[in-house]
Design a protein around this ligand. Sequence first.
Ligand code: HEC
Length: 183
Amino acid sequence: MNPQVDNSVVTTTVTLISALVLLAAVLFMGASLIGVIGDIPLDDGSRKQAAILERIKPVSQVSFEQPKPVVAVQLSGKEVYDKVCAACHVAGTLGAPKVGDKAAWEPRLAQGMDTLVNHALNGIRAMPAKGGDPSLTEGNMKDAIVYMLGESGIKVEAAPAEATTPAPTAAAPTPPPAPAESN
Ligand code: HEC
């Protein structure tokens, strides 16, 4: 056999095989690339990443935001009392009627609830307006007074916070008298 021919056959064969291998590799990569692309919408790792971020998020954050003003009307009578009124009304500081001292509160209540609310709202003698907390509302005053009276053993119906409910309207007109029986 001619070694020259022999050589060229081998070269051709090697080239052919290489080309086939290369083609296979390209097809394989293409196929796997399609697979990867197909996978992206299913799991692109973003959910996992969100979970990680959630796990490693800082325990606390320093915020320079101004604290929002307390929405005073949302406080209950007890909360207003604990926060503001108790400072004087527990011990009777400055001559404040003590909570729990029914005898001290009865003559006060005798003035009428509206007067008490008004005095709490605007202050009277050593009693500062709104107990000294201007963020409080008229409703807060009323709730706190109702609470203090209740704790002193005086039961007052707790009206809705705004205390602006109109007085109940006059009684409904009396129904016309039933027709006299004819007999
Ligand atoms: C700095 C002390 C102080 C604080 C705080 C305070 N009070 Fe008083 N309060 C007084 C004193 C003193 C009096 C008695 C005033 C007087 O009759 O001379 C009084 C009296 C009252 C009276 C009776 C008023 C009247 O007409 O007889 C009411 C009602 C009252 N306070 C409600 C409140 C409420 C509600 C709060 C909380 C929001 C509050 N007070 C917080 C000191 C205080």
